[in-house]
Design a protein around this ligand. Sequence first.
Ligand SMILES: [Zn+2]
Length: 354
Amino acid sequence: MKRSKQRVLGAALIALMGAVSGGAQAAPCLEVVLTGVQGGPPVFMGQAGAGTLVRYGSEENNCSDVLLQFDAGRGTTQQLSKIGVPAGKITAVFFSHIHSDHSEGLPALMQLRWHFNSAGPKVDMVCSDDVTTPKGYTMSCRGFGENIGAALIASGEMAQRLAENPKRLPGGPSELLNIMTFEASPEAQVVWSKGDVTVTAVQSRHVAGHASYRVDSPAGSVVIGGDAGNDKPAPPRDSSTSAQVEALAQGADIVVHSVIHPVMGPDGTSGFPPPIYHRQSTATDLGAMSMRAGVANLMLTHHIPPLGAARQGPYPIEGGGLTADDYVSAVRDSGYEGNVVIGPDLSKLRLVAE
Ligand SMILES: [Zn+2]
């Protein structure tokens, strides 16, 4: 299919097309939904943990041929239910890394799927290979996926539910996952594809095994940076953003990225630990990166701090809670003039091939 010019439409402007008569094909569409914008382990005002749904299909079927979930923080299943996406319909789940704020929604999603959809299909779970760090611990996405049902098996619940319905998979929710790991590399590599949709990945720095992704489709493309930061862990450096993510984002239509506001920086009064500040990308640097990469739409997620929060965990926000304008103006400090989406949960952008 020929790649054509796209329209980008805000959610409120979308009117679903009716049935197309005369055999004409409905336009391909790619929709990007922020399923959770909470940054880090805290919980605030019901925001879901980090996650992005990328859906591709035609306008006729509400972009629903392929449903890809990138990270699945706390509350992902609830947020998906608000937009009519059942757990049983997710095609694949990708993880930037397996910190709990990005992954703890997976057991809930997969247990629900095991309960009602044990007959399949399985869900592809895509993430990087195990990485053993210089300190001797191993980050294992596979280990996480293989053990999401362990507590429920240990409690006896799984045996009880199998006794009442033996058609369920005996191994629990992990058995419904098709775990596909890749060796993360700074060079982009294709890690998953289905039909017209291709997902590439790069290694990026945050914690061991962190990866960032790009989805390409006939309707457009989106980069999901995750919690990527610069390979150089602290200033002096050119930017807090990742050079690999910037290369991946060249010419993309949308960048979705975790963000930290400069108010949390070592020059402020929050007391937020500098190493944790420096392993995230700042709003201003994300604007500059998007400008250099020629990206028209920047969607900020995983807000540190959340909008309106007086604290990020134990760390107080100088002057009280930030507004969306505080984030946008930090982005504009870079000179970026593109579209900035700052949440809340379920904010979305749709690309439509013309
Ligand atoms: Zn995180």
